[in-house]
Design a protein around this ligand. Structure first.
Ligand code: ATP
Length: 361
C-alpha cells in the first residue's frame, strides 16, 4: 500500500499544440480509490500511464510512498495495471496468466500456487483456472485480469477502463465487485473511466480532467452538489444539469424578462453577494413544479417524458418572453417529476428552483 503524488507533472506530445497532461498536482491517500474521469482525449489514460511508468514524465515528478519514481522503469514501480483489453496471453490458461509475473520474479512455486488459489477464491475463478481466455466470457476474462494484478500484491492498482468491454448489466455488477474488493484489499487504486456514473459510484474521490488539466478533485456527493465550474457541473450528473446564462440576480430572484422574475430560493445574503450577471445551474431534481404561475416561476413546454419506473424526467423547452436577457444552454430544461406528478407531452408547466437548489457560476 502506498500514497501517490503528482507534482506539476506534464506529458507533452509533438503532435499536440497543448500538453496532453498539463502540470497536474494530485495527492492520493494510502488505500484510496481515486477515479480519473473526463471526456475523450482529456488525458486520463496518459496520466495513469505516467504513474505506471508506461509513459514518460516530461516535466514535474511522481512519487509513490514518498519515493520519487519519475525516472524508474515500469517494472520497478510496483504498480499493477489492468487494461481495457485485459491483455491476457491467449496461449496460456487462467492459472498461467496469473502466475506469469510471479514466476518471472522467481517466487517459490508453493507460494505462487498459494497466491493464485487465494486470488481465484476471492474472484470466484476456481473453476476457470485451467481454461484459456478464448473459452471465457468477457466478464471472466476481466476477472482473470484482476486476479493477475492482485497476486502481485502491488503498491498501486492502475485500472484503465477495465469495464468498457462488458455489457451494460455486467458492468453494473462488476463495478460494485471491484469497489468492494478494493476496499477489502485496501490497495491504493487509480481508476480511469469516461463514464461519470462509474466514477461517482466507485471512487472515494473523483478527479475531473479537461484538456489535460484538473478541474476539481472531491468526494462524489460534494462534486455533484458543489461543482467548481460549469464544465464539472455539466459533466457530472445524468440527466445533465440545466445551465441558465446571463442571469441578473435581483433580491433573491433571477430577472427573466420585463416584469418577470424567477424565485431562486437562495439565501438573501448570498444573493446580495452575487455580482453582475451569473450562470445559474439547476439539477433535474432541483425544480419545483407548480400547476400555474404565481409570479415566481418560468414556463416550460414539455417535449419528451422519459419514464424510468421509479422516476421520470421531462425534457422541456423554456418559453421565455422575447425580451428575456437570459439564455438556457442547449435550449433545454430537464425536470425530474415526482412519483405522483403526471406530466404530459405538449403541456406547459411552471417551475422554479427549490430552496438551495441553485448553483451559481
Ligand atoms: P480516451 O477516453 O479517449 O481514452 P483519454 O482521456 O484517456 O481519452 P489520452 O489517451 O490520455 O486521453 O490522450 C490525451 C491526448 O494525448 C489526446 O489528444 C491524444 O490524442 C494524445 N495522445 C495520447 N497518446 C499519444 C501518443 N502516443 N502520441 C501522440 N499523442 C498522443
Amino acid at each position: 500500500m502506498a500514497t501517490v503524488e503528482f507534482r506539476e507533472a506534464s506529458r507533452i506530445f509533438d503532435t499536440m499544440s497543448r500538453p496532453a497532461v498539463n502540470r497536474i498536482n494530485l495527492d492520493i491517500a494510502d488505500g484510496e480509490f481515486l477515479v480519473l474521469v473526463g471526456p475523450s482525449g482529456c488525458g486520463k489514460s496518459t496520466t495513469l500511464r505516467m504513474l505506471a511508468g508506461l509513459e514518460p514524465v516530461d516535466q514535474g515528478q511522481i512519487l509513490i510512498d514518498g519515493v520519487d519514481v519519475t525516472d524508474k522503469r515500469a517494472r520497478d514501480r510496483d504498480c499493477a495495471m489492468v487494461f481495457q483489453s485485459y491483455a491476457l496471453y491467449p496461449n496460456m490458461t487462467a492459472r498461467q496468466n496469473m502466475s506469469f509475473a510471479l514466476e518471472n520474479a522467481r517466487m517459490p512455486k508453493a507460494q505462487i500456487t498459494e497466491k493464485v488459489a487465494a486470488a481465484a477464491k476471492m474472484l470466484e475463478l476456481e473453476d476457470l483456472l485451467d481454461r484459456k481466455p478464448a473459452k471465457m466470457s468477457g466478464g471472466q476474462r476481466q476477472r482473470i485480469a484482476m486476479g493477475r494484478a492482485i497476486v502481485r500484491d502491488p503498491k498501486v492498482f492502475c485500472m484503465d477502463e477495465p469495464l468498457s468491454n462488458l455489457d451494460a448489466k455486467l458492468r453494473v455488477t462488476t463495478r460494485s465487485q471491484i469497489a468492494t474488493l478494493q476496499r477489502r484489499l485496501g490497495v491504493t487504486t487509480v481508476y480511469v473511466t469516461h463514464d461519470q456514473t462509474e466514477a461517482m459510484t466507485m471512487g472515494d474521490r473523483v478527479c475531473v480532467l479537461k484538456d489535460g488539466e484538473i478541474q476539481q478533485v472531491d468526494r462524489p456527493t460534494f462534486l455533484y452538489e458543489h461543482p467548481a465550474n460549469t464544465f464539472v457541473a455539466g459533466f457530472i450528473g445524468s440527466p445533465a444539469i440545466t445551465l441558465i446564462e446571463n442571469v441578473e440576480v435581483s433580491g433573491s430572484r433571477a430577472v427573466m424578462g420585463e416584469g418577470h422574475r424567477m424565485e431562486l430560493g437562495m439565501d438573501p445574503v448570498l444573493a446580495s453577494r452575487t455580482p453582475g450577471r451569473v450562470i445559474v445551474g439547476i439539477r433535474p431534481e432541483g425544480w419545483e413544479v407548480l400547476s400555474e404561475d404565481d409570479g415566481s416561476t418560468v414556463p416550460l413546454r414539455v417535449d419528451l417524458i422519459e419514464e424510468l419506473g421509479s422516476e421520470s424526467f421531462a425534457y422541456c423547452t423554456p418559453l421565455m418572453t422575447a425580451d428575456s436577457p437570459v439564455t438556457v444552454r442547449n435550449s433545454r430544461v430537464t425536470v425530474r417529476a415526482g412519483k405522483r406528478q403526471k406530466l404530459s407531452v405538449g403541456e406547459t408547466i411552471h417551475v422554479r428552483p427549490g430552496p438551495d437548489e441553485a448553483s451559481f457560476f
